[in-house]
Design a protein around this ligand. Structure first.
Ligand SMILES: Nc1ncnc2c1ncn2[C@@H]1O[C@H](COP(=O)(O)OP(=O)(O)OP(=O)(O)O)[C@@H](O)[C@H]1O
Length: 228
């Protein structure tokens, strides 16, 4: 598990006068849970890209457990992400031509030999997220099923951090609640820090804290509301 510390983070894109993200300070303790909400265009995905190192920030620092990833060269930033962050992206990033199971184990297989216990855990996770046919070709799964495969993949390597961008968006109410439960329970059991961008009240209410973004800034914070 890793804590997150953001300081003076800005993200600017050329041609735009104001930064699309401007966050002065944000601290999430190791093992903490944070829901990020906000209207379309408020900067949620940009924040995900910044804290996972998928995009280089324009200014400020993003530290995970004391490692400022903004200072790492691209290769080391990618290695840091692979080692510590389980990612559930909005468009899933699954590989056609592979089965559901092969997709879940792919990140490990790209870096080393898969242990039999890891294959077993992958199958268990797929079962838990309700994927009955782990050998099914990924491109034939429904969108909601793909989302659940992406969640299983993010959890497989027991990452210290889970970052999920709308992890229940393609799911109906009941399945969404089941995936929300799974994310929160497994993150809790493994002590992983969980950060989820979500519009889903079922997921938001399961997390410790919620921040709201507007125009790239934090305009609401349940932690401050409680303290006030
Ligand atoms: N590469 C880019 N170049 C220019 N503008 C960008 C770029 N990426 C994002 N933006 C702008 O930054 C703002 C924030 O985008 P972002 O995708 O973070 O919003 P979001 O809150 O995730 O929205 P949604 O809920 O619709 O996914 C938007 O106005 C978007 O147009």
């Amino acid at each position: 598990m890793l804590s997150l510390d953001i300081a003076d983070l800005t993200m600017r894109f050329s041609g735009l006068e104001t930064p699309v993200l401007a966050i002065g300070r944000l601290h999430v303790p190791a093992g903490g849970q944070l829901a990020v909400t906000g209207a379309s265009g408020s900067g949620k995905s940009t924040l995900v890209n910044a804290i996972t190192g998928l995009e280089r920030v324009t200014g400020g620092t993003v530290s995970w457990g004391g490692t400022d990833i903004t200072r790492l060269p691209t290769g080391r930033r990618d290695a840091f992400r692979a080692a510590h962050i389980g990612l559930v992206m909005q468009d899933f990033h699954l590989f056609p031509g592979l089965s559901a199971l092969e997709n879940v184990v792919l990140p490990i297989r790209l870096s080393r030999r898969l242990e039999p216990a890891e294959r077993e855990r992958a199958l268990r996770l797929l079962d838990t997220v309700g994927i009955a046919r782990p050998q099914q070709a990924i491109e034939t799964l429904s969108r909601g099923e793909m989302q659940r495969v992406a969640v299983a993949r993010a959890l497989l390597a027991r990452p210290g951090v889970i970052v999920a961008d709308e992890p229940t968006a393609s799911l109906d109410g009941r399945t969404g609640e089941a995936v929300a439960d799974l994310l929160v329970e497994l993150a809790g059991a493994e002590g992983a820090t969980l950060i989820a961008v979500t519009h889903d009240p079922a997921l938001t209410e399961r997390l410790d804290r919620r921040i709201g973004l507007a125009g790239g800034r934090i305009v609401e914070d349940s932690a401050k509301a409680l303290a006030a």
